[in-house]
Design a protein around this ligand. Structure first.
Ligand code: 0O2
Length: 231
């Protein structure tokens, strides 16, 4: 199946009739804008893959464990616009929403998160629009990640188009907690009680402690190896 067809099917996967009607009103322009977001997302992914390769060559280990990308689906876009009281119009959508394209970079160690983020942000054609460091300042529920909103150029036949992408950088431990927390919070039919929130917060503390411990271990292995290499 061609990439375009796969993309179209993915977009339509969860769409109900009403949403389809809503989307069709602006279909051509909408599809065009979504394809720019897809290109921007691929561009961000490629740049992190390149940084990862370069790091492997220099240091012999991979700072990036995996990269996940997603385009917001039509129902999710519509829900967000309605929640924020934003009328559906492709220009307004582009102006007001920062997370239509999202890339999640899962790193091995906390230090890798900052190494990768800094190397990416140092690229001279990237515009940083927003930075939220939930690693240095975790959310009250314990959520940790580094969030960046950037604009990256997409080179089209008619010229360059700066396109917004939300990038979330986190460690494997941070991702493990966030994925399960998201699952528990959204899949739960029952009320989310104070006790459950406290337990989740305790798990977040455990995951942060695990990150610190693994990082310490990495550093001591590195120090040990460099001592061994001394003449
Ligand atoms: P999805 O499906 O992952 O996209 P905004 O998006 O600007 O309206 P906000 O709160 O200012 O909202 O943005 P923020 O704090 O940067 O968080 C946006 C995204 O971070 C969320 O997107 C989640 O992916 C993730 N996130 C933030 N807080 C939490 C949390 O407590 N738990 C988990 N598991 N993820 C979190 P969406 O749109 O919620 O969902």
């Amino acid at each position: 199946m061609k990439e375009d067809e796969k993309f179209r099917l993915k977009m339509m996967e969860t769409v109900d009739e009403e949403t389809m009607e809503w989307a069709q009103k602006a279909s051509t322009e909408f599809a065009k804008r979504m394809s720019y977001y897809k290109c921007a997302m691929l561009e961000v992914e490629t740049r992190f893959n390149v940084l990862n390769e370069e790091y492997i060559l220099e240091h012999g280990r991979a700072p990036v464990n995996s990269i996940k990308s997603r385009l917001k689906t039509l129902p999710s876009l519509r829900e967000k616009l309605e929640r924020k009281n934003i009328p559906f119009d492709v220009d307004t959508m582009e102006e007001q929403l920062n997370d239509i394209a999202g890339v999640r970079v899962i790193c091995s160690f906390p230090e890798d998160v900052y190494t990768m983020a800094n190397a990416f942000l140092a690229m001279d054609d990237i515009e940083v629009l927003q930075e939220k460091d939930y690693i240095k300042n975790p959310k009250p529920n314990g959520y940790r990640s580094l969030h960046l909103i950037v604009a990256i150029p997409v080179h089209l036949a008619e010229g360059k188009r700066m396109t917004k992408v939300e990038i979330q950088l986190r460690t494997i431990a941070m991702d493990f907690w966030a994925s399960l927390e998201h699952q528990l919070r959204y899949k739960q039919d029952n009320e989310f009680t104070e006790e459950m929130a406290t337990e989740l917060y305790a798990c977040a503390q455990l995951s942060a402690a695990l990150d610190l411990r693994m990082d310490k271990l990495r550093k001591s292995i590195q120090e040990h190896n460099s001592r061994e290499e001394l003449p």
